[in-house]
Design a binder for this molecule. Sequence first.
Ligand SMILES: [Zn+2]
Ligand SMILES: [Zn+2]
Length: 342
Amino acid sequence: MRAMVLQEIKPIENNPLEFKDLPIPEPSNKQIRIKVATCGVCHTELDEIEGRLEAKLPVILGHEVVGTVEKLGPGAGKFRTGDRVGIAWINSACGSCVFCRQGNENLCPDFLGTGCDVNGGYAEYAVVPEDFAYLIPEKFSDSAAAPLLCAGAIGYRALRLTGLRDGQILGLFGFGASAHIVLQIVKYKYSNSKVYVFTRPGQKDHQALAVKLGADWVGATGEIPPEKINCAIDFTPAWKPIVEALNILEKGGRIVINAIRKESKDQESLLRLDYSAHLWLEKEIKSVANITRRDAEEFLPLAAEIPIIPEVREFELEQANEALNLLKQGKIQGAGVLKISE
Ligand SMILES: [Zn+2]
Ligand SMILES: [Zn+2]
Protein backbone atom coordinates (compact mmCIF):
# COMPACT_ATOMS: atom_id res chain seq x y z
CA MET A 1 0.00 0.00 0.00
CA ARG A 2 1.02 3.61 -0.51
CA ALA A 3 2.02 5.36 2.73
CA MET A 4 3.77 8.51 3.93
CA VAL A 5 6.14 7.52 6.75
CA LEU A 6 7.98 9.50 9.42
CA GLN A 7 11.41 7.86 9.84
CA GLU A 8 13.29 10.48 11.86
CA ILE A 9 12.79 13.79 13.63
CA LYS A 10 13.44 16.82 11.41
CA PRO A 11 12.01 20.30 10.84
CA ILE A 12 9.00 20.10 8.51
CA GLU A 13 10.77 22.50 6.14
CA ASN A 14 13.04 19.53 5.24
CA ASN A 15 9.99 17.56 4.03
CA PRO A 16 10.75 14.56 6.28
CA LEU A 17 7.80 12.33 5.39
CA GLU A 18 8.91 9.61 2.96
CA PHE A 19 6.72 7.88 0.41
CA LYS A 20 6.85 4.08 0.91
CA ASP A 21 5.24 0.98 -0.55
CA LEU A 22 4.36 -1.14 2.51
CA PRO A 23 2.51 -4.43 3.12
CA ILE A 24 -1.21 -4.07 3.85
CA PRO A 25 -1.69 -4.52 7.65
CA GLU A 26 -3.68 -7.51 8.96
CA PRO A 27 -6.36 -6.87 11.60
CA SER A 28 -5.66 -8.85 14.79
CA ASN A 29 -8.13 -9.88 17.49
CA LYS A 30 -11.21 -7.58 17.66
CA GLN A 31 -9.62 -5.24 15.14
CA ILE A 32 -10.96 -4.04 11.80
CA ARG A 33 -9.12 -3.01 8.65
CA ILE A 34 -10.21 0.20 6.99
CA LYS A 35 -9.62 1.22 3.39
CA VAL A 36 -8.74 4.85 3.96
CA ALA A 37 -10.59 7.46 1.90
CA THR A 38 -9.33 10.63 3.59
CA CYS A 39 -7.13 11.67 6.50
CA GLY A 40 -7.01 15.09 8.11
CA VAL A 41 -3.79 17.01 8.75
CA CYS A 42 -3.27 18.21 12.33
CA HIS A 43 -0.86 20.41 14.31
CA THR A 44 -0.03 17.44 16.52
CA GLU A 45 1.68 15.88 13.50
CA LEU A 46 4.04 18.86 13.39
CA ASP A 47 4.84 18.20 17.06
CA GLU A 48 5.65 14.57 16.26
CA ILE A 49 7.72 15.41 13.17
CA GLU A 50 9.74 18.09 14.94
CA GLY A 51 10.24 16.08 18.12
CA ARG A 52 8.12 17.96 20.66
CA LEU A 53 5.93 14.88 21.05
CA GLU A 54 7.60 11.48 21.09
CA ALA A 55 6.25 9.14 18.41
CA LYS A 56 7.21 5.48 18.02
CA LEU A 57 9.34 5.66 14.87
CA PRO A 58 9.03 4.75 12.10
CA VAL A 59 5.34 5.61 12.05
CA ILE A 60 2.55 6.37 9.59
CA LEU A 61 1.07 9.63 10.90
CA GLY A 62 -2.58 10.67 10.79
CA HIS A 63 -5.39 10.50 13.34
CA GLU A 64 -8.41 11.89 11.48
CA VAL A 65 -9.07 8.81 9.38
CA VAL A 66 -12.21 8.18 7.31
CA GLY A 67 -12.79 5.06 5.24
CA THR A 68 -14.77 1.87 4.78
CA VAL A 69 -14.50 -1.31 6.81
CA GLU A 70 -12.81 -3.76 4.47
CA LYS A 71 -11.88 -6.74 6.67
CA LEU A 72 -12.92 -7.95 10.13
CA GLY A 73 -10.28 -9.46 12.40
CA PRO A 74 -10.97 -12.57 14.54
CA GLY A 75 -13.85 -11.92 16.96
CA ALA A 76 -14.77 -8.53 15.49
CA GLY A 77 -18.50 -8.00 14.95
CA LYS A 78 -19.43 -4.41 15.76
CA PHE A 79 -19.33 -3.32 12.09
CA ARG A 80 -19.93 -4.93 8.73
CA THR A 81 -17.68 -4.69 5.72
CA GLY A 82 -18.69 -1.63 3.72
CA ASP A 83 -19.61 0.48 6.78
CA ARG A 84 -18.11 3.96 6.68
CA VAL A 85 -16.20 4.63 9.89
CA GLY A 86 -13.65 6.98 11.38
CA ILE A 87 -10.59 6.62 13.63
CA ALA A 88 -9.61 9.42 16.01
CA TRP A 89 -6.56 10.19 18.17
CA ILE A 90 -7.51 7.64 20.85
CA ASN A 91 -6.49 4.26 19.39
CA SER A 92 -6.91 2.30 22.59
CA ALA A 93 -6.87 2.50 26.39
CA CYS A 94 -6.64 -0.31 28.96
CA GLY A 95 -10.28 -0.20 30.07
CA SER A 96 -9.50 -1.24 33.64
CA CYS A 97 -7.35 1.45 35.33
CA VAL A 98 -8.83 4.05 37.69
CA PHE A 99 -9.00 6.64 34.88
CA CYS A 100 -10.69 4.30 32.39
CA ARG A 101 -13.22 3.15 35.01
CA GLN A 102 -14.21 6.78 35.63
CA GLY A 103 -14.70 7.53 31.94
CA ASN A 104 -11.40 9.42 31.74
CA GLU A 105 -9.77 6.98 29.34
CA ASN A 106 -7.99 9.97 27.76
CA LEU A 107 -5.76 9.95 30.89
CA CYS A 108 -5.10 6.18 30.86
CA PRO A 109 -1.39 5.35 31.43
CA ASP A 110 -1.66 2.82 28.59
CA PHE A 111 -3.27 5.31 26.20
CA LEU A 112 -2.11 4.76 22.61
CA GLY A 113 -2.38 7.56 20.07
CA THR A 114 -3.27 6.87 16.43
CA GLY A 115 -0.45 7.82 14.08
CA CYS A 116 1.90 8.22 17.06
CA ASP A 117 2.15 5.02 19.11
CA VAL A 118 0.60 2.93 16.31
CA ASN A 119 0.27 3.51 12.57
CA GLY A 120 -2.36 6.00 11.42
CA GLY A 121 -4.11 7.14 8.27
CA TYR A 122 -1.51 8.66 5.93
CA ALA A 123 -1.80 5.38 4.00
CA GLU A 124 -4.22 3.33 1.91
CA TYR A 125 -5.14 1.00 4.79
CA ALA A 126 -5.24 1.23 8.60
CA VAL A 127 -6.23 -1.18 11.37
CA VAL A 128 -7.90 -0.24 14.67
CA PRO A 129 -9.66 -2.01 17.57
CA GLU A 130 -13.33 -2.04 16.54
CA ASP A 131 -14.35 -0.42 19.84
CA PHE A 132 -12.32 2.65 18.87
CA ALA A 133 -13.98 3.27 15.49
CA TYR A 134 -17.13 5.36 14.92
CA LEU A 135 -19.85 5.36 12.28
CA ILE A 136 -19.65 8.50 10.15
CA PRO A 137 -23.01 10.26 9.65
CA GLU A 138 -24.21 10.14 6.04
CA LYS A 139 -24.45 13.91 5.94
CA PHE A 140 -20.70 14.33 5.57
CA SER A 141 -18.47 13.66 2.58
CA ASP A 142 -15.24 11.77 3.26
CA SER A 143 -13.29 15.03 3.20
CA ALA A 144 -15.71 16.97 5.41
CA ALA A 145 -15.80 14.13 7.96
CA ALA A 146 -12.03 13.91 8.48
CA PRO A 147 -11.50 17.13 10.50
CA LEU A 148 -14.47 16.25 12.71
CA LEU A 149 -12.46 13.37 14.19
CA CYS A 150 -9.78 15.50 15.86
CA ALA A 151 -10.31 19.20 15.25
CA GLY A 152 -14.02 18.72 15.89
CA ALA A 153 -14.04 16.16 18.67
CA ILE A 154 -11.24 17.74 20.69
CA GLY A 155 -12.72 21.19 20.09
CA TYR A 156 -15.99 19.82 21.48
CA ARG A 157 -14.15 18.48 24.54
CA ALA A 158 -12.26 21.75 25.04
CA LEU A 159 -15.51 23.70 24.83
CA ARG A 160 -17.06 21.41 27.46
CA LEU A 161 -14.04 21.95 29.73
CA THR A 162 -14.38 25.76 29.54
CA GLY A 163 -17.69 25.47 31.43
CA LEU A 164 -19.22 28.10 29.12
CA ARG A 165 -22.81 28.99 30.05
CA ASP A 166 -25.30 30.48 27.61
CA GLY A 167 -24.91 34.25 27.54
CA GLN A 168 -21.25 34.24 28.53
CA ILE A 169 -18.48 35.45 26.22
CA LEU A 170 -16.00 32.95 24.76
CA GLY A 171 -12.64 33.90 23.27
CA LEU A 172 -11.03 31.71 20.59
CA PHE A 173 -7.29 32.20 20.11
CA GLY A 174 -6.09 30.91 16.74
CA PHE A 175 -8.65 30.28 14.04
CA GLY A 176 -7.82 27.07 12.20
CA ALA A 177 -9.40 23.65 11.84
CA SER A 178 -10.61 23.27 15.42
CA ALA A 179 -11.71 26.84 16.19
CA HIS A 180 -13.85 27.20 13.09
CA ILE A 181 -15.78 24.10 14.17
CA VAL A 182 -16.08 25.25 17.81
CA LEU A 183 -17.51 28.56 16.63
CA GLN A 184 -20.29 26.69 14.79
CA ILE A 185 -21.05 24.55 17.89
CA VAL A 186 -21.28 27.65 20.10
CA LYS A 187 -23.56 29.49 17.70
CA TYR A 188 -25.89 26.46 17.72
CA LYS A 189 -25.86 25.49 21.41
CA TYR A 190 -25.32 28.85 23.13
CA SER A 191 -27.35 31.28 21.07
CA ASN A 192 -26.98 34.13 23.61
CA SER A 193 -23.22 33.86 23.87
CA LYS A 194 -20.80 36.08 22.01
CA VAL A 195 -17.63 34.70 20.47
CA TYR A 196 -14.52 36.84 20.04
CA VAL A 197 -11.88 35.47 17.66
CA PHE A 198 -8.18 36.34 17.87
CA THR A 199 -5.77 35.49 15.04
CA ARG A 200 -2.17 36.22 14.17
CA PRO A 201 -1.85 39.81 12.85
CA GLY A 202 -2.67 40.01 9.15
CA GLN A 203 -4.60 36.72 8.91
CA LYS A 204 -7.37 38.51 7.03
CA ASP A 205 -8.71 35.33 5.39
CA HIS A 206 -9.06 33.63 8.76
CA GLN A 207 -10.77 36.70 10.20
CA ALA A 208 -13.16 36.89 7.24
CA LEU A 209 -14.08 33.21 7.71
CA ALA A 210 -14.72 33.85 11.43
CA VAL A 211 -17.08 36.73 10.60
CA LYS A 212 -18.86 34.59 8.00
CA LEU A 213 -19.39 31.86 10.62
CA GLY A 214 -20.88 34.33 13.12
CA ALA A 215 -18.01 35.69 15.23
CA ASP A 216 -19.14 38.77 17.17
CA TRP A 217 -15.73 40.43 17.07
CA VAL A 218 -12.42 39.59 15.39
CA GLY A 219 -8.97 41.03 15.97
CA ALA A 220 -5.30 40.20 16.35
CA THR A 221 -4.06 38.56 19.55
CA GLY A 222 -3.19 41.43 21.92
CA GLU A 223 -5.98 43.72 20.71
CA ILE A 224 -8.58 44.64 23.34
CA PRO A 225 -12.12 43.41 22.58
CA PRO A 226 -15.26 45.38 23.59
CA GLU A 227 -15.85 43.33 26.76
CA LYS A 228 -13.91 40.94 28.98
CA ILE A 229 -14.18 37.25 28.11
CA ASN A 230 -15.57 34.67 30.55
CA CYS A 231 -13.58 31.81 29.12
CA ALA A 232 -11.28 31.02 26.25
CA ILE A 233 -9.83 28.21 24.22
CA ASP A 234 -6.28 28.58 22.98
CA PHE A 235 -5.57 26.66 19.76
CA THR A 236 -2.20 28.24 19.00
CA PRO A 237 1.27 26.69 19.14
CA ALA A 238 2.58 29.73 21.09
CA TRP A 239 2.54 30.97 24.70
CA LYS A 240 1.88 34.67 24.15
CA PRO A 241 -1.85 34.17 23.47
CA ILE A 242 -2.25 32.63 26.95
CA VAL A 243 -0.89 35.77 28.57
CA GLU A 244 -2.99 38.00 26.31
CA ALA A 245 -6.08 35.94 27.13
CA LEU A 246 -5.40 36.22 30.88
CA ASN A 247 -5.16 40.01 30.47
CA ILE A 248 -8.76 40.20 29.26
CA LEU A 249 -10.21 37.33 31.27
CA GLU A 250 -13.11 38.11 33.59
CA LYS A 251 -12.91 37.14 37.29
CA GLY A 252 -13.47 33.41 37.80
CA GLY A 253 -12.73 32.76 34.13
CA ARG A 254 -10.95 29.78 32.65
CA ILE A 255 -8.59 29.31 29.75
CA VAL A 256 -8.38 25.87 28.17
CA ILE A 257 -5.23 25.10 26.21
CA ASN A 258 -5.90 22.78 23.29
CA ALA A 259 -2.40 21.62 22.37
CA ILE A 260 -0.39 18.55 23.31
CA ARG A 261 2.83 20.53 23.06
CA LYS A 262 3.68 24.20 22.67
CA GLU A 263 6.53 25.46 20.56
CA SER A 264 8.94 26.63 23.23
CA LYS A 265 10.39 29.70 21.60
CA ASP A 266 8.29 32.24 23.52
CA GLN A 267 8.00 30.25 26.73
CA GLU A 268 9.51 33.13 28.71
CA SER A 269 6.28 35.08 28.17
CA LEU A 270 4.49 32.45 30.26
CA LEU A 271 7.21 32.55 32.90
CA ARG A 272 6.64 36.30 33.25
CA LEU A 273 3.06 35.80 34.44
CA ASP A 274 2.06 38.34 37.03
CA TYR A 275 0.03 36.71 39.81
CA SER A 276 -2.15 39.69 40.63
CA ALA A 277 -2.86 40.66 37.02
CA HIS A 278 -3.16 37.22 35.47
CA LEU A 279 -4.28 34.65 38.05
CA TRP A 280 -5.70 36.39 41.14
CA LEU A 281 -9.52 36.38 41.46
CA GLU A 282 -9.91 32.72 40.66
CA LYS A 283 -8.72 32.70 37.08
CA GLU A 284 -7.78 29.23 35.87
CA ILE A 285 -5.61 27.67 33.19
CA LYS A 286 -6.45 24.10 32.21
CA SER A 287 -5.23 21.85 29.43
CA VAL A 288 -7.28 19.42 27.37
CA ALA A 289 -5.61 16.04 26.88
CA ASN A 290 -6.55 13.62 24.11
CA ILE A 291 -10.18 12.58 23.70
CA THR A 292 -12.41 9.81 24.95
CA ARG A 293 -14.65 7.62 22.82
CA ARG A 294 -17.59 9.43 24.38
CA ASP A 295 -16.37 12.75 22.94
CA ALA A 296 -16.38 11.32 19.41
CA GLU A 297 -19.65 9.44 19.90
CA GLU A 298 -21.44 12.55 21.18
CA PHE A 299 -19.89 15.00 18.78
CA LEU A 300 -20.42 13.24 15.43
CA PRO A 301 -24.27 13.15 15.63
CA LEU A 302 -24.28 16.72 17.00
CA ALA A 303 -22.13 17.82 14.05
CA ALA A 304 -24.68 16.27 11.66
CA GLU A 305 -27.60 17.88 13.53
CA ILE A 306 -26.17 21.44 13.50
CA PRO A 307 -24.92 20.78 10.74
CA ILE A 308 -21.23 21.71 11.00
CA ILE A 309 -19.81 22.65 7.64
CA PRO A 310 -16.04 22.16 7.81
CA GLU A 311 -14.01 24.30 5.44
CA VAL A 312 -11.46 21.92 3.90
CA ARG A 313 -8.55 22.14 1.53
CA GLU A 314 -7.69 18.87 -0.17
CA PHE A 315 -4.24 17.48 -0.95
CA GLU A 316 -2.99 14.23 -2.46
CA LEU A 317 -1.38 11.71 -0.08
CA GLU A 318 2.02 12.40 -1.66
CA GLN A 319 1.59 16.12 -0.84
CA ALA A 320 1.54 15.50 2.93
CA ASN A 321 4.81 17.41 3.47
CA GLU A 322 3.45 20.39 1.54
CA ALA A 323 0.18 20.36 3.49
CA LEU A 324 2.06 20.29 6.81
CA ASN A 325 4.37 23.13 5.73
CA LEU A 326 1.34 25.27 4.85
CA LEU A 327 -0.27 24.34 8.17
CA LYS A 328 2.83 25.48 10.05
CA GLN A 329 2.78 28.79 8.18
CA GLY A 330 -0.89 29.33 9.10
CA LYS A 331 -1.84 29.27 5.42
CA ILE A 332 -4.55 26.62 5.46
CA GLN A 333 -8.05 28.04 5.66
CA GLY A 334 -10.11 25.71 7.88
CA ALA A 335 -8.72 22.16 7.75
CA GLY A 336 -6.25 20.37 5.48
CA VAL A 337 -7.29 16.89 4.31
CA LEU A 338 -5.37 14.24 2.37
CA LYS A 339 -7.48 12.47 -0.25
CA ILE A 340 -6.19 8.92 -0.38
CA SER A 341 -8.70 6.82 -2.33
CA GLU A 342 -12.17 7.17 -3.88
ZN1 LIG B 1 -5.23 16.21 15.88
ZN1 LIG C 1 -6.78 2.69 31.46
